[in-house]
Design a protein around this ligand. Structure first.
Ligand code: 13P
Ligand code: SF4
Length: 319
């Protein structure tokens, strides 16, 4: 514990030395989330992280999350230095949507409005008309549907299917998924609910349809945390990365949180309820990145510029 406190103190000193600010996601280690809050940074969902990074005056942002979050920060602020604890922290949705294949798919459907989830590479975003995060995806597609537009959606098939079901929009779906949320199981969830009939279910929309169908609240990480606080229920079953429980417990201290059941137990399932890439963020590699100015996000400026238009569209819509 004292070693942890020492690294934490070192990170604080380095943040100050570098005039840097820490932008963290709810799935990363609780120590990083606390540090972000205590040092004037932010902990948020991907939309809030993007907005905070864009609006903050600091010239250096340290993004504790996964690569697409660092890239989004760079796209929105090309003149800032964006560092990450580990540049290999990727996302299965990003990996499952290679830019060339995606471009060919877009070429085959020129009549459709291209909407991509934020969990994609800068090259995929550069090809999109809209970028959306989980907090705003439903509202954006509902609006495009109301305007009579047909949608090409990538990469998360569960989120896409959920929005299609809610809005009735004409959507073609890329067949990607999140390895963490894909593991949540509908049948086992039914059994757990039968054991706790008073419990309410909070689910991230990257979860499979059989799970979302049983959810009382479906939303982004921030929306789920808000719901945990507001819902009048003593027991909450949570279908998302368990890193979120740190904030949920802090905001709803009297409540009991149960992890939604996954296919395997923790011994056999490496990605069950915790993202292996989010887990690559730690105090030590964060300190190293700041110390040596290492792990900087570098993007081709013209690609960044093309990727910025669909992100700006989302941020304007959100305002
Ligand atoms: P949020 O935008 O809801 O924080 O989601 C990001 C993510 O990667 C969820 O798996
Ligand atoms: Fe990607 Fe899933 Fe990890 Fe989120 S939890 S970063 S969607 S792999």
């Amino acid at each position: 514990a004292s070693e942890r406190a020492a690294v934490s103190a070192r990170v604080r000193a380095l943040l100050e030395r570098e005039s840097a600010v820490l932008v963290a996601h709810y799935y990363v280690d609780a120590a990083l989330q606390e540090l972000a809050e205590e040092t004037g940074g932010c902990v948020g969902d991907s939309l809030e992280m993007a907005r905070f990074g864009r609006d903050h005056a600091a010239r250096t942002l340290v993004v504790a999350g996964v690569r697409f979050m660092g890239e989004t920060a760079k796209i929105l602020s090309p003149d800032k230095r964006i560092l990450m604890p580990d540049l290999d922290a990727t996302c299965s949705l990003d990996l499952g949507c290679p830019a060339d294949d995606f471009a060919a798919w877009c070429d085959a459907h020129p009549d459709r409005t291209v909407v991509v989830y934020a969990n994609t590479s800068a090259a995929v975003k550069a090809r999109a008309d809209w970028v959306v995060t989980s907090s705003i995806a439903l509202d954006v597609i509902a609006e495009l549907h109301a305007r009579g537009e047909k949608i090409l959606w990538a990469p998360d098939r569960h989120l896409g299917g959920y929005i299609q079901g809610r809005t009735g929009a004409d959507m073609l779906l890329w067949q990607g998924s999140c390895i963490v949320h894909d593991e949540f199981k509908g049948t086992e969830l039914e059994l757990l609910r039968a054991d706790h009939p008073e419990a309410r279910v909070l689910a991230h929309p990257e979860s499979p349809a059989a799970v979302l169908a049983q959810a009382d609240v479906v939303g982004s990480t921030t929306q789920l945390i808000d719901a945990a606080r507001k819902l009048d229920a003593g027991i909450l079953i949570v279908a998302t990365d368990q890193g979120i429980l740190h904030k949920m417990r802090a905001q709803a201290p009297g409540k009991t949180f149960l992890a939604a059941p996954t296919a395997g137990d923790s011994a056999t399932c490496k990605s069950c309820a915790h993202c292996p890439w989010m887990a690559m963020n730690a105090l030590t590699n964060l300190a190293e990145a700041l110390e040596g100015g290492r792990n900087e996000i570098i993007l081709d400026p013209s690609l960044g510029l093309r990727a910025k238009t669909p992100i700006d569209r989302m941020l304007d819509f959100a305002e």
